[in-house]
Design a protein around this ligand. Structure first.
Ligand code: NAP
Length: 291
């Protein structure tokens, strides 16, 4: 018998991901706290549910794609949350980017009720969600991973079982460190070119083929040169992710000086009212420091 699927959180990422599961032929029940977000899914054939509890009650595998750690905690453990409706043997797959520590605590709470949790955050942005080409980093028991693998294949291409509970979120934090620090490096290089009176467009072109070449130089470098900060990945979400990185490093007692610097620049962008810009806007801070 095919598993019945639930999907909670239908924002920029969740909506196209849920649609891809529907297109693959799965029976899908969705929930979003705003009625209008469920409309496109209902029109495409999904059932809608009033609460997360109701989704869990009629699903074997429940996907979650909401914003931040307290949101996932509310959706999973809150009043009318997943745990209140979930059947023993069901699996909760959290694809949001949240704290690894909170993930482990939720997995422990769920397993007491015979409900398995996987953390499965993604990289690849809205385009990756639409094209089902996301990178998916999975933490949790291998039996759970194997049970959900066919569904992950409807959502992404590079699907890696990283380790036990929280390991997927740790991998995602690593991803965000590399992205953030590289945006900072690209910003400094393009400013260096400009301040030297050399065309940064030509410098980016020259750098693309060598060791400094990267996806960030290609995509974010172009956004910086065009001054086009339409998201993409929003400053407020990148700030959230770097807060997870810094809190985790603080709890475990180790230093990440470059990450700390970029986290401060993201804080500055929030203060300037740029929360909804693409995080390539880190360049604006780098430039402002010397203008
Ligand atoms: P988004 O467009 O803001 O969507 C988040 C959705 O979660 C919204 O529909 C929101 O509902 C819902 N939500 C938030 N808190 C909730 C709660 N307590 N109960 C029920 N629903 C709740 O964000 P997104 O871009 O899809 O990102 C979702 C997650 O994926 C985040 O963790 C983000 O860091 C991660 N991510 C995003 C990208 C990207 O490029 N956007 C890439 C990789 C990973 P409302 O609409 O009612 O607020």
């Amino acid at each position: 018998m095919t598993d019945k699927i639930g999907f909670i959180g239908l924002g920029i990422m969740g909506r196209p991901m849920a649609l891809n599961l529907l297109k693959a032929g799965y029976e899908l029940t969705v929930h979003a706290r705003r009625e209008e977000c469920m409309q496109p899914l209902a029109e495409a054939g999904a059932k809608t549910a009033r609460t997360c509890k109701d989704v869990a009650a009629c699903s074997d595998i429940i996907f979650v794609m909401v914003s931040d750690t307290p949101d996932v905690e509310q959706v999973v453990l809150g009043t009318n949350g997943i745990l209140a409706g979930a059947q023993a043997g069901s699996v909760v797959v959290d694809m949001s980017t949240i704290s690894p520590q909170a993930t482990r605590a939720m997995a422990d709470a769920l397993i007491k009720h015979k409900v398995l949790m996987l953390d499965a955050p993604v990289s690849g942005g809205e385009i990756g969600a639409i094209n089902a080409s996301l990178s998916i980093m999975v933490g949790g028991p291998i039996e759970g991973f194997n049970r959900v693998l066919a569904l992950f294949k409807c959502l992404g291409k590079n699907i890696v079982h990283v380790g036990d509970h929280g390991a997927g979120q740790v991998a995602k934090a690593c991803n965000q460190i590399v992205v953030a620090v590289t945006i900072q490096a690209v910003s400094e290089a393009l400013l260096f070119a400009k301040k030297n009176g050399v065309d940064p467009v030509q410098v980016r072109e020259a750098l693309m083929g060598g060791f400094a070449g990267s996806k960030i130089l290609e995509v974010h470098g172009k956004r910086i040169l065009d001054g086009d900060y339409k998201p993409g990945f929003k400053v407020r979400l990148h700030q959230k992710d770097m807060s997870i990185v810094m809190e985790t490093a603080c709890k475990l007692g180790f230093a990440l000086p470059a990450s700390a610097l970029v986290a401060q620049n993201l804080n500055a962008l929030m203060g300037l009212g740029d929360a909804e810009l693409d995080s390539a806007a880190i360049y604006k801070i780098v430039e402002k420091m010397s203008t």
